[in-house]
Ligand binder design. Structure first.
Ligand code: UD1
Length: 444
């Protein structure tokens, strides 16, 4: 890796590496966040760039035998991991503030580093890019957050339709294609990553590809917009049917990474649980419909004007009789545990159904340690609102970790969330952001 790399990032890679590979065993002694509960928020925070938009776009940069510049790229652990993987393939990178430059003029390998790739499930999006660039790609089986089985059958099925073949050996996936060619792909289940892989495989394939049953998540659309700006020919962006005319290659481009709808939603929840206020700067409100609807249902009020989202949560006390996660534009699964934390402090009973990942209630025992009254029944959670009490809790994955921090804001006394490295996979600095909003939190 060349360009600017602060020692902190280097250290972070190591800590993340160690913490994630040992996640099941539980890792003590890593970073913590301390939160003083019971303070009503009132401040302003700028929303960071989107993790889930940035990662596939970074993978897409491999398709350009030149330089891609990404502005507003979040400085988070998962982005640094992806950067390291790209560098291992022969790309060079350079950071200037939050602008990341990726040069993929000469790649030296189509084999992604096993150890790095295993740590992050989103490394699977490299498959489409590597097959498009080299006609070959080797990836470890993807890791990432511990939230269910997370198979990759849809990714493989889609790329097979473009002519790729796969075999599995010693924990690695070997993909090969003698020149990808356009084809017809139909997804019978919605998958963000598989849609992105199909798009990445098709954009430089020979001929036209039609993909039906596409995920309509904003992060798919952002990838397509990026590709079109770099010379791709994709039609139907934002719909469930994409038509892609293969081009011979991409060209240099400068692209602005959109702001992060999940980080923005997290801070709406922070305002809600403290019955405070808050102003979010540059949130992607157009992508936050389901979250804002749920926020209104519990009594929150908001106004959006000139790029600012003004929150008023003084009356955000209500329960939510029914909330279920769904594919976009449904309620995002990534905000489920965070909203669940808010509902543990509501006046009354709420129910949440998780429809996307079977194991996304992993944080519940930790919330229960704080006094939350939650009963689980498979994919259903019943929450009896009440009081939370600050205590020592442990993050086990990214969004569950953020949920514990939000719970800490609404709890009485001090909460200490261990393993903050999980949270840093997706948030640049949740402690800084919450303090900007008026909270009292501290990293140690
Ligand atoms: C992406 C997001 C993640 C978000 C999720 C759903 C990134 C880096 N991650 O993950 O934060 O929670 O979308 O919005 O953008 N499935 C299969 N077979 C497959 C692929 C998926 O059965 O080959 C299933 C999954 O197990 C899951 C569902 O499909 O139940 C949705 O997963 P998918 O949309 O693929 O999520 P990711 O792309 O992994």
């Amino acid at each position: 890796m060349n360009g600017e790399e602060s020692p902190r990032e280097g250290e972070l890679h190591k800590i993340i590496s160690d913490s994630i590979s040992e996640s099941d065993a539980g890792v003590d002694g890593l970073g913590r966040i301390r939160i003083t509960g019971g303070i009503s928020l009132d401040g302003e925070v700028k929303i960071q760039g989107s993790k889930n938009a940035a990662l596939p776009i970074m993978a897409a940069a491999l398709l350009n035998r030149g330089t891609t510049v990404l502005k507003g790229c979040p400085r988070i652990a998962d982005v640094f991991l992806m950067e390291q993987i790209l560098c291992g393939l022969g790309a060079t990178t350079c950071w200037q503030g939050d602008t990341l430059e990726i040069c993929a003029r000469e790649l030296k390998s189509c084999v992604a580093d096993k150890e790095l790739g295993e740590k992050m499930r989103s490394s699977i999006v490299l498959l489409g890019s590597l097959l498009g660039r080299w006609g070959e790609g080797v990836l470890p089986f993807p890791g990432g957050c511990v939230i269910g089985a997370r198979p990759i059958d849809l990714h493989l099925e889609a790329l097979r339709k473009l002519g790729a073949e796969f075999k599995e050996e010693e924990g690695c996936l070997y993909g090969r294609a003698r020149g990808l060619r356009g084809g017809e792909i139909t997804f019978h289940r919605s998958s963000v990553g598989a849609t992105q892989n199909a798009v990445l495989g098709a954009v430089c394939a020979k001929g036209t590809t039609v993909i039906r049953g596409c995920s309509r998540e904003p992060e798919v659309s952002w990838l397509c917009r990026f590709l079109n700006q770099a010379g791709g020919q994709i039609r139907g962006i934002g719909t469930s049917c994409l038509e892609i005319r293969g081009v011979s290659g991409l060209h240099d481009t400068v692209f602005q990474i959109p702001s992060d709808r999940i980080a923005a939603g997290t801070y709406v929840c922070a305002s809600a649980i403290t019955r405070g206020k808050g102003i979010l700067l540059d949130p992607p409100v157009g992508e936050m419909g389901a979250l804002l609807k749920a926020y209104e249902k519990i009594g929150g009020q908001y106004m959006y004007k000139s790029g600012k989202l003004f929150l008023c949560s003084q009356r955000a006390l209500g329960p939510l009789r029914w909330l279920e996660t769904g594919i976009y534009p449904g309620f995002p699964t990534d905000l489920q545990s965070i909203f669940l934390a808010v509902l543990t402090c509501a006046r009354g009973e709420s129910r949440i159904r998780e429809n996307i990942f079977e194991d996304r209630f992993k944080v519940v025992p930790q919330l229960q340690k704080m006094g939350a009254q939650i009963t689980l029944d498979g994919r259903m959670a019943r929450i009896r609102g009440g009081r939370l009490f600050g205590t020592l809790v442990k993050a086990e994955e990214l969004r569950g970790g953020a949920a514990l921090v939000i719970a800490g804001l609404g709890a009485e006394g001090e909460t200490c969330v261990e393993n903050r490295e999980f949270i840093e996979r997706g948030y640049e600095d949740i402690s800084r952001d919450l303090n900007d909003l008026g909270a009292r939190t501290q990293k140690d």
